[in-house]
Design a protein around this ligand. Structure first.
Ligand SMILES: [Zn+2]
Length: 315
């Protein structure tokens, strides 16, 4: 029996923020500009995506995760939802101008034009000032959601136009229960993942990805898989992080930026045999070890990593 696939953005914790949003939505008072603040990887951009999906969902219990709108949002193809999530680059004035043009148009198929601008502290002053215009006089169907570490990292004039929601890192127990209930993790798995993350799942995934590529670069034992990669690993780091983020139940960063991962197809140009598969897995185990990932969780993750790595073999 196969379950219907769920395309809902899953938020761990922060129930009070969701409740507040729902109440405002039901009363027809959704703020047109929202600012989500909180520590790095506390779940700000996931919550922002959840709100965006919520606003245009056509199901009974938004976000339903089943309707056309919810599915398009997950694959990054919703014409009325724009997510700009720059991890390392600055957000420039041209990008804001382009966005403003889009926001000035009526929605194509949804009720709202929604823009999520994650890490808005990375915006240049020019870009921030340009956005200010839209925040001051937004078209009636526009909702803009910004995220930043704290209000102090933004222009005061931006902050004063937004309803601010401050997220705290989640208690370990909350992450655990959510992992079990929302992502069907086994109780053991959930406990371990929650500990690893310390309330910040995104952080844990980024750290793991970085250690993995550091080791690949440094250790002779991984020379064969290192050779399959480009001279610098910066892009590989981002891509694996984006992929793992969605794969482990977080924001679907890869799909938003590049479309469906199509892992096997994308790796066909590279000869991947048993040796390469095993090197990849050993490198990942070592990365988990060095990060102090609990042995039980390592085992659980190793099992799923093996399944995926083995499926990528093409000779
Ligand atoms: Zn829906």
């Amino acid at each position: 029996m196969s379950e219907t696939q769920n395309y809902r953005i899953e938020v761990v914790g922060h129930e009070w923020a969701i409740e507040l949003f729902k109440r405002q939505h039901d009363a027809g008072r959704v703020p047109q500009s929202l600012l989500l603040t909180g520590p790095l990887n506390a779940g700000k951009s996931t919550l922002a995506r959840y709100f965006a999906q919520y606003l245009n969902c056509t199901g009974d219990n938004p976000p339903c995760g089943q309707c056309r709108s919810c599915r398009k949002m997950i694959s990054g193809n919703h014409p009325d939802i724009r997510v700009v999530d720059t991890e390392s680059e600055t957000l420039k004035i041209d990008q804001v101008r382009e966005l403003q043009h889009e926001l000035s148009l009526s929605p194509v198929e949804g009720r709202h034009r929604v823009a999520v601008l994650a890490n808005f502290e990375r915006a240049t002053t020019g870009a921030a000032n340009a956005l200010l215009k839209t925040l001051e006089e937004p078209a009636s169907q526009v909702v803009i959601i910004l995220t930043a570490p704290d209000p102090g990292s933004l222009l005061p004039t931006i902050v004063s136009r937004c309803q601010t929601i401050t997220l705290r890192p989640l208690p370990t127990e909350v992450v655990q229960v959510a992992l079990r209930e929302q992502w069907q993790a086994s109780p053991g798995q959930a406990e371990l993942l929650a500990q690893l993350a310390g309330g910040r799942l995104g952080w844990a995934v980024r750290a793991l990805t970085d250690r993995f590529y550091d080791l690949m670069d440094l250790e002779e034992a991984f020379a064969a898989i290192r050779k399959l990669h480009p001279p610098t690993l910066e892009e590989s780091r981002d891509k694996l992080f984006w992929f793992l983020s969605g794969w482990l139940g977080g924001p679907p960063l890869y799909a938003e930026k590049k479309g469906h991962p199509m892992l096997r197809a994308r790796h066909l140009p590279y000869a991947i045999g048993i040796d390469e598969r095993d090197q990849w897995l050993t490198c990942m185990s070592q990365a988990m070890d060095e990060l102090g990932v609990d042995p039980g969780l390592q085992q659980a993750l190793a099992k799923v990593f093996f399944g995926t790595a083995d499926w990528m073999r093409n000779r």
